[in-house]
Design a binder for this molecule. Structure first.
Ligand SMILES: [Zn+2]
Length: 257
């Protein structure tokens, strides 16, 4: 059985399917048919826009109320919509991001600045969740993240060279003994590993090293001479001892020559 209803506007008898749903109306549909509504909207565009503008809050409130009362239905609807438009949405987001990079970055910065405490509180309250999420993300994006870190560090170092070097120097000065102790300890415990690493490195970078040495010698002639002299002065006996030893052990070789 097809129930019909007379449209209040065009006065035609139409099937219920031709009317929009309306909770508070007879038969659960609105008084005017879809066609009339469409025409009305077309003819009254500006009036409708003005109404929307003038009643913004009321409309938002109504929507919220509706959403609250139809949560599951709406969630289901959104899920369905998202599922059916996944690629389109992702494409749209990418495109939007590409075209609004600076705006977005600016907005994010602004947001972080204005919500510092909120963000800190959220981080504190969700420590484990965040850590888990970060770990998961890092695991799934290892190469990307490594690339990003490298790039970031490089950029940061470039922009803060002096500051970093100053801090390093300062730290080294204030923690000399501790650092030396740690180094010694580390060296002692990793002797083989380190030696192997150096050998490997020397083998693979022969030319580079030789080039670097030459360069260094050229640039530090005086310093090197000074150091040599200093060393010689401070180790006279040791050197003389060593020379004697060497001479004794190579006597025959020397005599042959
Ligand atoms: Zn009608």
């Amino acid at each position: 059985m097809n129930i019909t209803k007379k449209c209040n506007t065009c006065k035609k008898d139409k099937l219920l399917i031709c009317f929009n749903k309306g909770k508070n109306y007879k038969f659960g549909v609105r008084a005017e048919c879809k066609q009339c509504l469409k025409e009305y909207r077309k003819d009254n565009k500006e009036k409708i826009m003005k109404y929307r503008k003038d009643n913004k809050e009321k409309i938002i409130e109504t929507r919220k109320e509706y959403y609250k009362n139809n949560k599951e239905k709406m969630m289901e609807y959104h899920k369905e919509w998202y599922k059916n438009n996944k690629e389109k949405i992702s494409e749209y987001h990418k495109e939007y991001y590409k075209n609004n990079k600076e705006k977005i970055s600016e907005y994010k910065k602004e947001y972080r600045k204005d919500n510092k405490e909120k963000i800190m509180k959220y981080r504190k309250d969700n420590k484990e969740k965040m850590m888990k999420y970060n770990k998961e993300y890092y695991k799934n994006n290892k190469e990307k993240m490594m690339e990003y870190h490298k790039e970031y560090n490089k950029e940061y170092y470039k922009n803060n060279k002096e500051k970093i070097n100053e801090t390093r120097k300062e730290y080294y000065k204030n923690n000399k003994e501790k650092i030396n102790e740690t180094r010694k300890e580390y060296y002692k415990n990793n002797k083989e590993k380190i030696s192997k690493y150096y050998k490997e490195y020397n083998k693979n970078n022969k030319e580079k090293i030789s080039e670097y040495r030459k360069e260094y010698k050229k640039d530090n002639k005086e310093k090197i001479n000074e150091t040599r002299k200093e060393y010689y002065k401070n180790n006279k006996e040791k050197i003389s001892e060593y020379n004697k030893e060497y001479y004794k052990n190579n006597k025959e070789k020397n005599s042959i020559i």
